[in-house]
Design a protein around this ligand. Structure first.
Ligand code: FAD
Length: 441
């Protein structure tokens, strides 16, 4: 609508309203193509315009105009989501918030920051002030803090501090999608209606995250003769509270052979544990690993932390990325294995799908419990076979958070009833990222 476009230009200036096909193509996409299923569904989707505010007060003005014209609004941070979270299903505008980058306050145990701040820039700034983020995703170089809270789950640090729902998000400023948008300061349980909500219940302009005192982190890649030994070691380390850690990531053979920059350090057939542990604990961890047949393959000293390619660049969904670079037919699942029965579950799955499923785990503390969070790699044949594999995982007690759907409430991670109630009050015309919630009715 020409009238709406003119209004947008009046609000943020011509430079910050992109109408050209290249910008609309580029900024309407995220990493949905990790899923061949989503790739087919989403590759044609585009916004009609991209709007890039540079001040918080422009956000409610844009929302008010979009609401009056009944234009859908899909927010974008860094655009690194894997499920098409930031892909507009019904056109309208993509609201790119990556220019809202101010760090507003660093306090005792918290940082308040504008939503578009890149997570790595924030982490580096905190480390200069002898603090650090408690959790962040492996995409931290590109991802924004608002995108992580609205579209992610956990990451580096989750082995100690849990995921987004475990007290790591302390507050948020949210704007509603109404003709007169309300500015909400959200804290406590109410945050559950906004965490991992894909921007369907409101637009986040500020977020307050839990932070911790700075630790010096030593990185070690340890190789094991088989996946079971590596997993037993991973569990022991994960449960050992005397050793501070940020990362315990296990990838079975042949996944480590796809970690091209580091693959030369690994013996043929090795399963590899990628660790971030407190500097000075390397010997204790090496001794622990030796009990399970583990040997150090490569280490990175603490003074190189976050300055070079790090081991976290091969963990979480970066593991899948390296695999995809070598074999484009690969895809993945997100799977919550049982905290103590995981070896049995692994054996059953391996028996059934010896070559099609390759194990990759991140040890995490979820809702206070240590558990192996699986991001197994799957060799993709077709959708039917993929869902056959999913059903088998479920039949042996592994919960699947399906990464092959863009529908938020198909994912069992959160209670969506509150979110749906909030959606109705905050977005009465259903304009925020429409199509992402199915239970709306
Ligand atoms: P975007 O992709 O831009 O947005 C994510 C969702 O949030 C979208 O629905 C968007 O509409 C919404 N949104 C963004 N900003 C706002 C806002 N201000 N207000 C309201 N809604 C908003 N995820 C993890 O949790 N942990 C990982 O370790 C991890 N590793 C990954 C590795 C790779 C290689 C890839 C491709 C993805 C990975 N992801 C991971 C998924 C993704 O990177 C993270 O969720 C990331 O934090 C998203 O941030 P972003 O700024 O790119 O968000």
């Amino acid at each position: 609508k020409q009238e709406f476009v003119e209004e947008l230009i009046g609000l943020v200036g011509e430079e910050r309203v992109k109408l050209d096909p290249e910008a609309r193509e580029k900024l309407s996409k995220d990493y949905y193509w990790y899923s061949p299923v989503l790739n087919d569904l989403l590759k044609q989707k585009r916004a009609d315009a991209i709007v890039i505010p540079s001040r918080e007060d422009e956000v409610p003005a844009i929302l008010a105009a979009a609401c009056r014209h009944r234009i859908p609004v899909t927010v974008r941070g860094g655009g690194t989501g894997n499920y098409g979270q930031a892909v507009p299903l019904h056109g309208g505008i993509v609201l790119d918030l990556s220019r809202l980058t101010d760090i507003l306050e660093v306090g005792d145990g918290f940082v308040t920051v504008q939503c578009g701040a890149r997570i790595k820039a924030l982490e580096l700034e905190l480390r200069k002030r002898d603090r650090e983020l408690c959790i962040y995703p492996s995409t931290y170089a590109i991802a924004t803090i608002g995108g992580f809270v609205s579209g992610g789950s956990g990451g580096i640090g989750s082995i100690t501090w849990g995921n987004l729902w475990d007290g790591n998000v302390l507050g948020a400023v949210i704007y509603t999608m109404e003709e007169k948008p309300r500015r909400l300061e959200v804290i406590g349980d109410e945050l559950r209606n906004y965490i991992h909500s894909y921007g369907t219940t409101g637009i986040m302009t500020q977020v307050t995250m839990r932070i911790a005192p700075r630790t010096e982190w030593f990185q070690a890649a340890v190789q094991f003769p088989d996946a079971e030994s590596a997993m037993r070691f991973g569990e022991r380390l994960a449960r050992d509270d005397a050793i501070r850690k940020r990362l315990v990531s296990i990838s079975e053979h042949p996944i480590p052979t796809w970690f091209i920059p580091f693959a030369k350090h690994f013996e043929p057939g090795a399963t590899v544990a990628l660790l971030e542990i407190e500097d000075g604990t390397g010997e204790a961890v090496a001794a622990m690993a030796a009990e399970y047949g583990g040997k150090a393959a490569h280490t990175i000293p603490a003074d190189r932390y976050q300055k070079t390619l790090g081991l976290s660049d091969f963990t979480w969904n970066h593991t899948t990325l390296w695999a995809l670079k070598s074999d484009p037919t690969i895809t993945y699942l997100q799977a919550a294995f049982h905290g103590t029965r995981y070896l049995e579950q692994m054996r059953l799955i391996k028996e059934r799908f010896p070559d099609e499923v390759l194990f990759h785990f991140e040890w995490v503390r979820s809702a206070g419990r240590i558990a192996p969070s699986g991001l197994p790699i799957v060799r993709y044949r077709n959708k039917e076979r993929l869902y056959e594999i999913i059903r088998y995982f479920e039949s042996v007690g592994v919960r699947i958070f399906d990464p092959h759907t863009f529908v938020l409430d198909y994912d069992a991670r959160a209670d969506y009833s509150g979110m749906i109630r909030r959606k109705k009050t905050n977005d009465p015309f259903g304009l925020l990222n429409p199509g992402k919630i199915k239970l709306l009715g």
